[in-house]
Design a protein around this ligand. Structure first.
Ligand SMILES: [Zn+2]
Length: 295
């Protein structure tokens, strides 16, 4: 594993956790309903800085018997530290033109910002694009972000990105709902809250399962502090319900859990405890993970 790509298996599927870069958020927005002393204690416990939460943007690529699938496209040129997805795919021998399915878990800039190429056309040129119907309906029907607890310029940026990117997909987008199978072995798990149509995925092959929770849980701390949410969760109560349900499913199935913003490669195991859940990150075999933990 290098710091930007990590291959792993789910049954017969070859999977790649692949970074698009990272961005730093104010802790007060990231843990918007936690007290300053509580979230600072949680960060300090993990040797993490108190002045900013730096999170990677981790997309997922995988090959099944008949398909090459990409889950989310990163942030594109949102910041100087993002937009590395295509280069990282190519470094692993993956031609973006060979990807036949692009799943968009929700329409936030760090997930759809990498769709358009320099000509303003969808860059994964041979792919069908998949998004939940609820998500499409929300962002294309005068969305209101008034419930977000973040700066107005962030709200503006989020709205602007959706307005720029989504129309380009209008004629090549397939709309799905919870329970739908996108390709054999890959099922939609409705996980609303972070956005109204946010989806997670159950990716299963030969008795092994990966639950990609995407943004239903934004930080490992939120597995222990299940009641914490962020200022960019549009429907906080639903976020918490979706998160619990996904963690429950991952624990029950002994699945690997993936989360888009966890320390790279964003993979771990969840176990039930008396009071909630515990989380153990998985790092590459050749890597002790020390540099991730100390970041
Ligand atoms: Zn995100």
């Amino acid at each position: 594993m290098d710091a930007e790509s990590h291959w792993f298996k789910v049954g017969a599927f070859d999977c790649l956790a692949v970074s698009d870069g990272c961005l730093t958020y104010p802790p007060a927005v990231f843990f918007v309903n936690a007290s300053k002393s509580d979230y600072e204690a949680a960060l300090r416990e993990r040797n993490l800085p108190l002045d900013g939460v730096t999170t990677p943007y981790i997309c997922l690529y995988f090959r099944t018997e008949g398909h090459q699938v990409l889950v989310d496209t990163g942030a594109g040129n949102l910041a100087a530290t993002t937009g590395r997805l295509v280069k990282n795919l190519q470094n692993q021998g993956i031609d973006p033109g060979s990807i036949d399915t692009v799943i968009l878990t929700h329409a936030h800039p760090d997930h759809i910002g990498g769709i358009l190429d320099s000509n303003g056309a969808p860059g994964f040129r041979n792919a069908r694009y998949v998004m939940s119907r609820d998500e499409w309906d929300f962002w294309t029907q005068s969305p209101s972000l008034s419930s977000l607890q973040c700066d107005d310029h962030v709200k503006h940026l989020v709205l602007q990105c959706a307005a720029e990117v989504l129309p380009s997909l209008r004629h090549r987008l397939e709309l799905v709902a919870g329970g739908d199978e996108i390709v054999p072995g890959v099922r939609v798990l409705a996980a609303p809250g972070h956005t109204p149509g946010h989806i997670a995925l159950d990716i299963s092959s030969q008795g092994e399962t990966l639950i990609d929770a995407v943004d239903a849980v934004l930080h490992p701390v939120m597995i222990e502090r299940l009641e914490w949410y962020s200022g960019v969760d549009l429907l906080p109560e639903k976020t918490l319900t979706s998160r619990r349900s996904l963690l429950e499913q991952a624990a029950q199935k002994e699945a690997v859990l993936m989360a888009f913003h966890f320390p790279f490669p964003g993979l771990g195991r969840v176990r039930r405890t008396k009071t909630g859940f515990s989380y153990d990150p998985i790092f590459g075999k050749s890597d002790t993970g020390t540099h991730q933990r100390n970041r």
